[in-house]
Design a protein around this ligand. Structure first.
Ligand SMILES: [Mn+2]
Length: 345
């Protein structure tokens, strides 16, 4: 958004900087008949909320839709998002699914949809809807808004293009996408436009108290016990500017928790006074890989750190994966070394 603009933009208008690509994106979308929708591995609120809202829009336009993802639908989101009609790649591969287009939400690269790529044929028209600054425009049609706080915001532009009034269900899906990706509107990615768009969502009559309860108040006691254990494992550098925690598979198992119960724990690292950069390192449950999630505060850029390790994301929130033959400790050491080398703290 331009800092010099005097009048607030009409709420009905879409983001002007990308309106050309929005028009061609939507025109091409209109041409399709059957669309496969997919999102990234380890799916979360933004990719699923955006995907569900887009699925509803496409169905209203008379398209045939199917959702296929590599992973299971995350249990923690079953109370707020529709977990039905969610096919896993391993269950449908070889069943001869036919579609003429693929729509991907919230993925900076096509690799992020994992095994679902194997369903994509040379003739499949790929639609890429996202807000990651690192998005590599892998689609035939790309509508990317790096200034949007969430892909949910980007999805709203598509609804506006088609002049479709949001149903409460669609508004709820988009609200969850934005609320989860902005840490309930606390992160600096939250803009005046975010709040304007969310006011439109609230105007549909959705009950944000109950939605926020569904998003946030869903901790199992196993998760609480895992959190309490992880709180004790937090480490910092001597100036307490870098904080991290390293979670093993055993940490998860001993409390009867599941991997996804650790989602959100990284916020505790960010709550530490003075911490500028923090990261959460974890052994993935069913593959020989270490996942690192980064967060930063103020001017510090963790996208560059993640990109160095072939990951990506946003300036203040990013991630990467170390695959095969590396221990949790080695990966933590490599990350710490890179942070110290790259960032002047
Ligand atoms: Mn997102």
């Amino acid at each position: 958004m331009s800092a010099t603009r005097k009048r607030p933009r009409s709420l009905l208008k879409t983001s002007p900087s990308s309106s050309d690509s929005l028009i061609s994106f939507c025109k091409a979308l209109k041409q399709t008949k059957s669309i496969l929708l997919s999102c990234h591995i380890l799916p979360e609120g933004d990719c699923i909320g955006s995907l569900r809202a887009m699925q509803s829009l496409l169905q209203r336009l008379g398209k045939k839709t199917l959702v296929v993802a590599e992973d299971y639908f995350p249990k923690r989101l079953t109370s707020c998002l529709n977990s039905k009609h969610w096919e896993r790649y391993d269950d449908v591969k070889g069943s001869g699914i036919k579609f003429d287009a693929l729509l991907v939400t919230d993925c900076p690269t096509l690799e992020r949809i994992g095994k679902v790529r194997q369903l994509v044929k040379p003739e499949t028209v790929i639609f890429n809807l996202d807000h990651h600054v690192s998005n590599n425009r892998f689609g035939h049609h790309n509508y990317i808004l790096p200034k949007a706080s969430a892909t949910g915001e980007v999805v709203m532009d598509v609804f506006k293009y088609f002049k479709m009034k949001l149903t409460q269900e669609e508004a709820k899906n988009i609200y969850i996408a934005i609320a989860t990706d902005t840490g309930s509107f606390r992160y600096s990615s939250t803009t005046a436009r975010t709040h304007q768009l969310v006011s439109e969502l609230i105007n549909t009559g959705i009950d944000i108290e109950s939605i926020n309860d569904e998003i946030n108040s869903n901790y199992s006691m196993n998760k609480i016990h895992l959190y309490s254990h992880l709180l004790n494992k937090i480490q910092t550098d001597k100036h307490e500017k870098i904080a991290w925690v390293a979670m093993t598979r055993d940490d998860v198992k001993r409390f009867g928790a599941e991997y996804e119960d650790s989602e959100g724990f990284i916020d505790f690292l960010k709550y530490i006074h003075n911490v500028k950069i923090c990261f959460f390192a974890s052994e993935l449950p069913d593959q020989d890989a270490i996942r690192i999630s980064f967060r930063s505060r103020g001017k510090y850029d963790v996208n560059s750190i993640a990109t160095h390790f072939k990951g990506g994301g946003h300036r203040k929130s990013s991630g990467c994966l170390f695959e095969g033959g590396i221990t949790l400790k080695e990966s933590v050491d490599r990350v710490l070394e890179r942070i110290r080398k790259d960032i002047d703290l």
